[in-house]
Design a binder for this molecule. Structure first.
Ligand code: BG6
Length: 489
């Protein structure tokens, strides 16, 4: 991580400062930046929320949350410095006059501001209008928008239009926190700093790709939000498609925000739409029922607190995605993601093609192909499966499948893995848009996601049940087995 303190200070204005994301992720991320000396000494953190809190109450809440969500011992002097940066402003987001109070708080502070919208996206437009009305937007300001941006292509356009009435595209940072993960960023290094992979990364050498993002958690009290979204909108439309586009894109001409985003966009646009006629063959949607996780009984989705007992929302999705371009024709990308799976485990497995001719038949009739596994989380690392001779003097050559295993924690010591939000906050402060999603990318991702969601609606089928603690519905096994392949477990 860059260790240069920004030259000028800014005010970081967090809308939704008392919400779940701010408590769990944003304040801890800013604390870590402060700890690492990466916040300018005059940077202020302005918490904005509806609640009528006093500054002292706000600081108290932040310090309790730091104690709860920062994963190692807090440094009291840094906590004190951090809290001294905090300012609190209560605000009725929809009441235009109430932004004058915010103006009183911000005017006289730092000249550049980072506005972080961690509120429901439906009110991003109101916030922009309020800021504009109170003359709180300049060309130097930046705005960070949390996902989900919309519910479909049309609603995402409405939100993007509302925000872009007040901020230019180069001021807008659409966050997808997977783009801040160490191992996701490493995909570019792996692909474009190693000729071995740069040159063998296409339909000639790769048979298929599997991307799994499994979570053991359920919906964690977010029923209302989650039931509207489902796993397709919550995870596939953004996180999985971002991973897929980094994996499949052409080499960008330079390590630069627009070069990278231009190439990702081409992949998203080349995704073959899924239709009502093939949706059952190419996708599986599931919903967890009660089951066991780590030996404990857990409720099914429909038994969660506040559940609508008749919900048809999916908590699991498996998709056979195909990319219609020169590089990837004929190479399926199998995507799989779900809640309440046996463990938190995300990885990409690149299955290379088999050797065309086997001269080691006596020892190994069916030579397995090479597999490159990129472990996204936990136990971040890269593993390459290769064939190796078993040492010995036997008359025939005995060979064995083995692994070249690069575990980041073993190789780079016990250095803390930087949280995605920490890196992305710093990038916003530094004005680097490379790891943020451009509007056209969001829209292209919605076009494809909508094709699937509409096809599901057209078939009117319920999601397939799977027991909590399992790897999803049985039909997700058939999805890949139909192509004579199987999920890596
Ligand atoms: C969020 C989703 O974007 O990502 C959550 O809204 C999900 O439902 C989370 O649990 C997963 O993030 P991570 O970093 O824990 O893999």
């Amino acid at each position: 991580m860059k260790t240069v303190t920004p030259e000028s200070a800014s005010d970081i204005v967090l809308f939704g400062a008392l919400g779940d994301l701010a408590r769990r992720k944003l304040f801890p991320a800013l604390y870590h930046l402060d700890l690492a000396g990466l916040l300018h000494e005059n940077t202020r953190i302005v918490g904005v929320a509806r609640q009528d809190f006093s500054l002292e109450e706000c600081k108290q809440a932040i310090s309790e949350n730091l104690a709860k969500f920062v994963k190692h011992e807090l440094e009291p002097a840094v906590v004190e410095r951090f809290l001294s940066r905090v300012v609190y402003q209560s605000l009725d987001f929809k009441e235009i006059k109430s932004y004058d109070n915010l103006a009183n708080t911000l005017n006289g502070g730092n000249e550049t501001r980072v506005y972080y919208f961690s509120t429901p996206p439906a009110i991003y437009g109101d916030i922009c209008q309020g800021l504009d009305n109170a003359k709180l937007i300049t060309a130097a300001d930046r705005v960070v928008m949390e996902k989900p941006i919309g519910h479909c292509l049309a609603s995402s356009k409405v939100i993007n239009d509302q925000v872009s009435r007040y901020f230019a595209e180069n001021q807008i940072y659409r966050i997808d926190h997977y783009l801040g993960k160490e191992t996701v960023l490493n995909l570019l290094v792996l692909r474009f700093a190693n000729l071995l992979f740069t040159n063998n990364w296409d339909r000639n050498c790769i048979d298929h790709v599997q991307i799994t993002v499994a979570e053991s958690v359920g919906i964690e009290g977010r029923w209302g939000f989650y039931d509207e979204a489902g796993q397709m909108r919550d995870m596939v439309q953004n996180h999985l498609l971002q991973i897929l586009s980094l994996l499949a894109m052409e080499p960008p001409a330079a390590f630069d925000a627009d070069c990278i985003r231009d190439e990702k966009l081409k992949v998203l646009k080349a995704l073959r739409p899924i239709t009502r006629h093939n949706v059952n063959e190419k996708t599986v949607r599931g919903q967890y029922t009660e089951g066991f996780l780590a030996g404990a009984a857990v409720p099914g989705y429909l038994q969660e607190d506040d559940a609508n007992k008749h919900s048809n929302t999916e908590t699991f999705v498996a998709i056979k995605a195909e990319i219609d371009n020169w590089r990837w024709t004929g190479v399926p990308f199998y995507l799989r993601t779900g809640k309440r799976m046996p463990c938190k485990h995300s990885e990409i497995v690149i299955h290379f093609k088999q050797q065309p001719h086997n001269i080691f038949k006596d020892s190994y009739v069916d030579l397995p192909s090479n597999k490159l596994t990129i472990r996204l989380q936990p136990d971040e690392g890269v593993e390459l499966q290769v064939m190796n001779k078993i040492p010995g003097i036997a008359s025939q050559i005995n060979i064995h499948e083995n692994k070249l295993d690069l575990s980041f924690s073993e190789t780079y010591g016990n250095e803390r893995v930087v949280d995605a939000y920490e890196r992305l906050m710093l990038e916003v402060i530094n004005g680097n848009q490379s790891w943020f999603v451009r509007r056209d990318e969001v829209e292209a991702a919605w076009v494809w996601a909508d094709s699937i969601i509409n096809a599901w609606q057209g078939t009117n089928e319920k999601p397939k049940p799977y027991a909590a603690g399992s790897w999803g519905p049985v039909s997700s096994i058939s999805l890949i087995a139909r192509d004579d392949r199987q999920w890596v477990e």
